[in-house]
Design a protein around this ligand. Structure first.
Ligand code: ADP
Ligand code: MG
Length: 263
């Protein structure tokens, strides 16, 4: 994996609207992500989280500012960034194994190395028993594990995730979050993840970038420090940690200050 240091400098995005004023989705966004960091983009619905992530992925072009990853300016999509979306994106006609192998085939990774990496990443997401299954035979959580393995197998320097567990049941979501922590610990991946779920942000994030309501800008950068010096791997150990409740209260009040008031 390459140098994962990301700098986002003054990026903005204005969408053209047919026959109307352009929509300023986000404005003057600045933040940094260090290698091996789990960075969360949190904020109310419609504040521009997905737009920011899509710009980092190179799927959207900013109308202002620039982004630098590992010393290189981001100008479009590239293998150094891998993206996991909320909806399942595996190929239905390929087995788990073939799905995970797919990107490496395209990138002409030699067969022996490809097979070995496929085995490793399937193991990492605990799907070894299901390696010959097709996505339709898997639960939502398992499908999302295929997507994670498939993306990580390309060894991106930066893993981008947009509400990846948003469609899952609560207990599946927890176990996916716990799995993400163990993946982080064993692979040293750098992640930027979008969520609107405060609990998820507090459990996974090393740092939370809180985006204000539309048009989005960085309202506050919040270091997640309740877990300092502790190896927290289970949800219940996080919520009972000293400092967790205060941090949660602070973020809930930020969220309330940015919520759309009902008429
Ligand atoms: P979030 O992910 O935080 O819910 P989005 O990034 O999806 O927010 O959207 C931010 C704003 O940009 C919204 O007002 C949305 O309507 C607008 N927007 C997003 N994509 C487009 C697009 N392709 N064209 C026009 N407006 C868009
Ligand atoms: Mg979104």
């Amino acid at each position: 994996m390459g140098d994962a240091h990301l700098t986002v400098e003054g990026i903005g995005k204005s969408f053209a609207v047919k026959g109307g004023e352009p929509i300023d989705a986000v404005r003057d966004i600045n933040f940094d992500v260090q290698g091996n960091e789990f960075c969360i983009l949190l904020g109310p619905s419609g504040c521009g989280k997905s737009t920011i992530l899509r710009m980092i992925a190179g799927l959207e072009t900013p109308t202002a500012g620039q982004m630098i990853l590992g010393g290189q300016t981001i100008t479009g999509p590239d293998r150094d960034r891998g993206m996991v979306f909320q909806n399942y994106t595996s190929f239905d006609w390929l087995t788990v194994e073939q799905n995970v192998e797919y990107g490496m085939r395209i990138n002409k990774v030699p067969e022996a190395e490809r097979k070995e990496l496929t085995r490793e990443y399937i193991e990492l997401v605990h799907l070894t028993k299901f390696r010959e299954a097709y996505p339709r035979q898997l639960s939502g959580g398992m499908k999302q594990r295929v997507a994670i393995a498939r993306t990580l197998a390309n060894q991106p320097s930066l893993l981008l995730m947009d509400e990846p567990f948003g469609a899952l049941d609560a207990e599946t979501r927890w176990s996916m979050q716990e799995l993400m922590l163990s993946i982080m610990a064993s692979t040293g991946t750098t992640v930027v993840m979008v969520t609107h779920d405060i609990e998820e942000a507090l459990f996974l994030g090393d740092r939370i970038i809180f985006i204000s309501r539309h048009p989005g800008t960085v309202l506050e950068e919040i270091p997640v420090d309740y877990r300092k010096g502790q190896d927290i791997v289970r949800k219940e150990d996080a919520v009972t940690s000293p400092g967790y409740a205060e941090l949660e209260r602070h973020i809930i009040s930020l969220m309330r200050s940015q919520a759309h008031v009902l008429a």
